[in-house]
Design a protein. Structure first.
Length: 458
């Protein structure tokens, strides 16, 4: 690796480039999945590659490659350099940072690389069998597991020389139940960076997943209308990530005139007690990292502070374009892609209320639990909860299904009435943007209470 770095820096000096970076990556991935009774995938793969990115006068030259050898770097450098000089347009400037040399290793309590493949398969098969055998109404199941260990090297022409190593696990338990023509499903997703133990001991979760899929078959459809709604931590976290977090990514704002008008720093977006944060420095989460994929030191960013829009997420390029501070949010899923502006750990800061406080004076409302899916279009959103419960006279009542929340994100943020003191993070799944998916992120929130939410149903 040292020879490759030296060749890169020598070529950068000889060509007199304004800015350039070299990223090298080694990874090992295990994937296991069951679908119904069938073992669908059982694989172990290794990959090794890198990329060179060079800033020309008007844009970037980018080349990715799999041949990591100092003899090939000259060719790749030349390709990136020539590409950077082919781009025409407006002058492109970026934010710069000082030199740093660092090595970051994220420790694991139980390193999944030491667990035999057969043992991993056996554990997941146990979860699958629990769901399949729960009831004749369970028509199908899925159990998916991926672990990945990655070592990334990054150097640039400003003296940044960083190595980052970490493990990552993602998994999901899924059950589909059927009775007559009615089909319902339920899932539990999880992830983490601190070791194999997070995938162990999920037998009760597997049982609960199958049980809820069956219970939803007999649950009534929620009556459509406008309600005071309490969101649980998972759904509130997905809401703030999808409906608001993506609007805070500066490349979206810079390229969209309507968003520029909507996302004005200093504009009120919610009550005084609302704080929304993106924080890659938060310890122990899947979206955590010390340096982003442009070698920028990560930092905590308040997107909304005391109800006021106070910040957004930036790469080196977007920070310069918008005259704001770089935040360390340029990320790529692997060496084949250029870094783009992405979230890390995005969450609503906890408030002062217990869950009982939030529901205590609701005469008739909805408790929406879990995130099944949804979509956003600019400031408009639609989200489906996995399950819902009637809140009546301050107490939880019957289970209901097909709870679909729709609205305008800015109006919804203004209508937040209370924020719980019970912050939790969800680490399953991943984020997609610009053809790069799934990127490890975390979403978080306490319970939140919102008035005048439109709930679809009958």
């Amino acid at each position: 690796m040292e020879e490759i770095k030296e060749v890169f820096l020598r070529l950068a000096r000889e060509k007199g480039i304004r800015y350039g970076e070299l990223r090298l990556e080694e990874s090992e991935v295990t994937s296991i999945s069951f679908r119904g009774k069938e073992l669908e995938e059982l694989s172990v793969s290794k990959s090794r590659g890198g990329n060179i990115r060079i800033l020309g006068r008007y844009g970037w030259g980018f080349v990715s490659f799999n041949d990591i050898s100092y003899k090939s770097i000259e060719d790749y450098f030349d390709q990136a350099y020539r590409a950077s000089n082919l781009i025409l347009g407006k002058d492109l400037e970026i934010e710069h940072s000082g030199p740093v040399v660092d090595r970051v290793i994220v420790p694991m309590k139980k390193d999944f690389r030491g667990i035999p493949l057969e043992e991993k398969k056996k554990l997941l098969e146990e979860y699958n069998n629990i769901m399949l055998s729960f009831s004749p109404k369970i028509q199908s199941t899925q159990v998916r597991y991926t672990d990945r260990f990655t070592k990334r090297y990054f150097i640039n022409t400003e003296g940044v020389d960083v190595i980052q190593e970490r493990g990552d696990i993602a998994g999901v338990l899924f059950a589909l139940a059927k009775e007559g023509d009615l089909v319902e499903q339920y899932h539990y997703s999880l992830g983490g960076i601190d070791g194999f133990q997070i995938i162990e001991g999920l037998h009760d979760k597997a049982l609960h997943t199958a049980e809820m899929a069956v219970r939803l078959l007999s649950a009534p459809v929620v009556k459509g209308g406008e309600y005071t709604v309490v969101l649980d931590q998972r759904l509130a976290g997905v809401f703030i990530h999808e409906a608001f977090g993506h609007l805070s990514e500066a490349d979206h704002v810079y390229e969209n005139e309507k968003l520029k008008e909507l996302m004005v720093i200093g504009k009120r977006f919610g009550p005084d007690f609302l704080n929304v944060i993106d924080d890659p420095t938060y310890p122990g989460l899947r979206g955590s990292y010390k340096y982003d994929d442009e070698g920028v030191l990560s930092r905590k960013t308040y997107l909304i502070k005391n109800g006021i829009l106070s910040g957004r997420l930036h790469s080196r390029e977007t920070a310069r374009k918008m005259g704001e501070s770089v935040t360390g949010n340029a990320r790529a899923i692997n060496y084949r892609f250029q870094p783009i502006v992405r979230m890390s750990n995005t969450y609503i800061e906890p408030g002062i209320y217990s869950f009982e406080d939030l529901i205590s004076d609701i005469k008739y409302g909805i408790y929406a639990v879990g995130a099944y899916g949804g979509q956003t279009s600019m400031e408009m959103f639609t989200f489906s909860a996995q399950e819902g419960y009637i809140i009546e006279n301050g107490s939880l009542g019957d289970l209901v299904r097909d709870v679909v929340l729709t609205g305008n994100v800015f109006t919804t943020l203004q209508n937040i009435e209370g924020i719980g003191n019970d912050l939790e993070f969800s680490q399953g799944g991943g984020c997609g943007k610009g053809g790069q998916s799934p990127l490890p992120v975390s979403t978080g929130s306490p319970h939140i209470r919102i008035r005048n939410v439109v709930v679809g149903g009958r």
